[in-house]
Design a protein around this ligand. Structure first.
Ligand SMILES: [Zn+2]
Length: 316
C-alpha cells in the first residue's frame, strides 16, 4: 500500500487492530509523518457514513447513545483552549466559519464575540441542532455544496475533522478558499504523539486510540508539511484535553473511564460528604496544581492529546 499523501511505498505499521477489535491496519509514512488506515471508505460510502452512522458508533459516553443535545452539553463545557488560542482573531466585526461543527458547541461559545457565524456539518441532526442553538446558518453536508461565498471569512476553523476526510490536502485547499486574504485558518486534530500511545506501554489504549473512523493521523512535522503543501504558513500548537487523573487511570488499569467528560476539565478527588471542607479544598487544590504542571510538561514534550495549527495564506 502506497502512502495516499505522497505515494511512498515503504510504510511502517502502527497497529493491526483497532478499537472494538476490528482487524484493520494503520500504516505510517515516515516521509509525511502521518498514519493512514489501510482500508478506507471513500466517496459516497464515506459521505453516507458521516450522514447516518458515525455518531451512533462513536460517542462521548461509552455506556449510552448521545443525541445532538447531549453532545452539545458535553462539548460546550470544553471549548476554553480553542477560544483562548484564537481569541485575538475574534474581533467584534469578524466572521467565523466552523467546518464539521457537530452540534455547534464552539460556535455557541463565541457567538457573542463576533459579528457573523456559519457552520457546515454532514450529520443533519447535529446541523439542525447547531443552527437552532447558535442562531446562524449551519449547512447539512459539505463545504463546496453550500452557498457560502469564497474568500469571505476572517477565521475558518475545523476541530477534529481533518483526520476523517478522504483527502486532507484537498480539504485544506478547499477551506483556504473561504478565508479572506488577511484571515486565518485554524485546524485541530488528534496528536499521533499522544503520550498514552507514544510513550506508555498500554496495549488496550493503543487499540482504543486507533479507530476505523480516523482515516489519517498526524504528527507535528506532518502538519507542517501539509501546511507547506497547501500554501499556508503558520505555527503548530499542542493542547491537552484529558487530565492527569485520566492518564493515571489508563496507566494503572489500561481501561477508559466510563465517559470522556470524566477525564476532562479539572480533576477532583472523590471527597466524603463528611470530609472537612477546608481539607477537601486543599487536597483538590494540590491535584489541580499537579494537573497544570502535567499538562505543561506534555506540551513541552509535544505529547498532548491534540495538535493543530493557525495559519495564513502564503503570499507569493
Ligand atoms: Zn507519505
Amino acid at each position: 500500500m502506497n502512502c495516499p499523501l505522497c505515494g511512498q511505498k515503504e510504510p511502517q505499521m502502527l497497529t493491526d487492530r483497532l478499537r472494538n477489535g476490528e482487524p484493520l491496519r494503520v500504516l505510517y509514512c515516515p516521509d509525511c509523518d502521518a498514519g493512514y488506515l489501510e482500508d478506507r471508505k471513500t466517496g459516497d460510502e464515506l459521505k453516507a457514513y458521516y450522514r447516518d452512522a458515525y455518531r451512533k458508533e462513536y460517542k462521548p459516553d461509552l455506556r449510552k447513545q448521545a443525541d445532538a443535545g447531549r453532545l452539545f452539553d458535553i462539548a460546550a463545557r470544553f471549548q476554553e483552549d480553542r477560544i483562548a488560542r484564537i481569541e485575538r482573531y475574534l474581533r467584534k466585526e469578524a466572521s467565523v466559519l466552523d467546518v464539521g461543527c457537530s452540534s455547534g458547541a464552539f460556535l455557541y461559545r463565541i457567538k457573542d464575540k463576533v459579528q457573523a457565524l456559519a457552520g457546515v456539518e454532514p450529520d443533519p441532526e447535529a446541523a439542525r441542532f447547531a443552527s437552532r442553538a447558535c442562531g446562524c446558518p449551519v449547512y447539512a453536508g459539505y463545504l463546496p455544496e453550500t452557498p457560502l461565498p469564497k474568500g469571505s471569512f476572517d477565521v475558518v476553523c475545523s476541530f477534529q475533522v481533518m483526520e476523517h476526510v478522504e483527502d486532507p490536502l484537498a480539504f485544506l485547499l478547499q477551506m483556504k478558499e473561504y478565508v479572506k486574504d488577511d484571515g486565518v485558518l485554524c485546524v485541530e486534530v488528534p496528536n499521533l504523539r499522544d503520550a498514552l500511545v507514544s510513550a506508555f506501554e498500554l496495549p488496550n489504549y493503543r487499540r482504543f486510540y486507533f479507530r476505523s473512523a480516523h482515516l489519517f493521523y498526524f504528527g507535528d512535522r506532518g502538519l507542517r508539511l501539509l501546511m507547506e503543501r497547501a500554501g499556508l504558513e503558520g505555527d503548530v500548537f499542542y493542547s491537552q484535553d484529558y487530565h492527569f487523573v485520566n492518564h493515571m487511570n489508563w496507566a494503572l488499569s489500561d481501561k477508559p473511564q466510563p465517559s470522556a467528560e470524566d477525564g476532562m476539565g479539572e480533576p477532583a478527588f472523590p471527597l466524603r460528604r463528611e470530609a472537612d471542607p477546608d481539607a477537601g479544598a486543599r487536597l483538590n487544590g494540590f491535584l489541580r496544581r499537579v494537573n497544570r504542571e502535567y499538562k505543561a510538561l506534555l506540551e513541552e514534550l509535544g505529547m498532548t492529546s491534540k495538535i493543530g495549527f493557525i495559519a495564513r495564506k502564503k503570499r507569493d
